[in-house]
Design a protein around this ligand. Sequence first.
Ligand SMILES: [Zn+2]
Length: 280
Amino acid sequence: MHTPAPQSSSFAVGDITVKTLSDGHLDIPAGYFSNASESELQLVSPSARFGANCWLIETGTRKILVDAGSGDWLKARFPDTGHVTDAGTALVSASSEITDIILTHMHADHIGGLISNGQSLFPNAKLHLQESEWAFWTNDDLASTVPEDQKPIVELIQSLARPMSPQVELHTGDSDLGEGIHLSFAPGHTPGHQIVHVASGGKQAFLLGDALVSGTLQFANPEVRYALDSAPETAAQTRKTLFEKLAADQIPFAATHLDTTSFGVLQARAGGGYSFEPIA
Ligand SMILES: [Zn+2]
């Protein structure tokens, strides 16, 4: 059976190419958002449509994947996911060429695509994670400390972490991976959430991971909270600091759950908040 290539688009940052690969989409209930007005919540009722973007960064010598999508693990609840690593996609057939995988964090929609049948799909890649992220999710006592309805999430992540562990390379705070690729610590969504800065030939761009989850709500109002943020206040502070910098310096960026594979820039709005302008 032929599986079509995931929807994708390419963005040049100097000599580096960043290809956005869509893993599909997820419909997230409006009830997951808080600290929002009734009229704001109307915009995402009954559910917010989340994209699910991963990125393939090609430098002269390395192929670096940023996040790996959901794999087969979330298809029961979100049927239109897992395209980045669906059997037959070009990425999987070339998976031994991936030298590095930067994981923004360890939620299953970002790491699920790493593992199939208990085996790594990317056997030659280093997996770059924050030490605090790895320590949080691999703590054997974690499942006993979370609400009952979150136990399956923890158990799934821990079952994926075990086969990942031989390839993991841990970082503390900001880190330079060379060739213009930097990791930047951006906590709140999870304890060790990180984003990626790409720089080459005087150009730069950011990959925000889940520092922003809803483009519909959080550009206009970065204070909107999301139920799956581990520290919602920290997440909002991280988002506001990032948005200020992105708007002031007009830095192109992309984010995992934007419902577009385009990069864009932020414009500050007169009444506060921002609007997102895709770069064609
Ligand atoms: Zn996510």
